[in-house]
Write a protein that binds this ligand. Structure first.
Ligand SMILES: [Zn+2]
Length: 255
């Protein structure tokens, strides 16, 4: 399995990250992508990726749009040269009411997309209530490697627009919840565009709901998807790993 999005650098994993990584390996999660949230966090992700032989991304989340400095963009640019850095992320737009104002978010997003073009890296995109503007933004840049819309929870029309542009769509533990609307959307996504992730420590799948999420729980998301699509779980796992390797160019790293 390939967990294409988690945050092992956050406080929640401070005391038992070694156990968390071992449990993931025991569960068959062979690849883990640690996603950076700002310059300092991306440096932490790089350190973790090297310590445990994982992968990482470097980027500045829209939440930081009012806080980041020019030197933080330089840090992200420098991290792109790291052999284990396989994408720019987590970047994007978040229009939840009361969140960071939109204009600074768009300025930050443009800076990150420019970097992705320059460094020829794919992007890991965060989107909340901002789908139209996010598509407009990626359309303005000639991204060589495209990317993924992570923790997808939009409708099928939006999914089709994403896929038409050559982007992947990634699903989290929220597809494991009973009567999940997102599971119905996921079931209609072409298998060649599908990725899975835990988004740990967030988005905990059903059997562990209410507790901290971790990469070892990725199997539950794959189980729900395989069951809904009447697919063999091993086959779905193989396909999503293949897609992840294709997007993140991870063939040179762990496998
Ligand atoms: Zn995330």
């Amino acid at each position: 399995m390939f967990d294409t999005h988690c945050h092992l650098s956050v406080e929640d994993f401070k005391y038992d990250i070694l156990d968390v990584v071992h449990r993931a390996q025991d569960a068959g999660v062979e690849n883990i992508l640690c996603v950076g949230l700002d310059a300092v966090d991306s440096l932490k992700c790089a350190e973790i990726a090297h310590r445990f032989d994982l992968l990482f991304t470097a980027g500045i989340h829209p939440h930081e749009a009012l806080n980041y400095k020019a030197k933080d963009v330089e840090t992200i640019a420098a991290l792109c040269s790291d052999v284990k850095c396989c994408a720019i992320g987590e970047i994007g737009l978040d229009y939840k009411p009361g969140y960071t104002p939109r204009q600074p978010q768009i300025i930050l997003l443009n800076a990150m997309l420019e970097l992705a073009v320059e460094k020829q890296k794919p992007v890991v995109l965060h989107n909340r209530m901002a789908g139209k503007d996010l598509l407009e933004a990626v359309d303005r840049f000639n991204l060589v490697r495209k990317g993924v819309f992570h923790c997808f929870s939009e409708d099928l029309t939006f999914a089709e627009q994403v896929i038409a542009r050559g982007f992947y769509i990634s699903f989290t533990g929220n597809v494991t919840h009973p009567k999940s609307r997102t599971l119905e959307i996921a079931a209609q996504i072409p298998l060649g565009s599908l990725l899975v992730e835990t988004d740990a420590p967030y988005q905990t799948p059903q059997p562990h709901h209410g507790r901290r999420n971790e990469p070892a729980y990725l199997v539950h998301t794959l189980e729900s998807l395989a069951h809904r699509c009447s697919l063999d779980i091993d086959e779905l796992t193989r396909l999503t790993v293949k897609n992840s390797m294709h997007l993140f160019g991870a063939d040179n790293f762990n496998k």
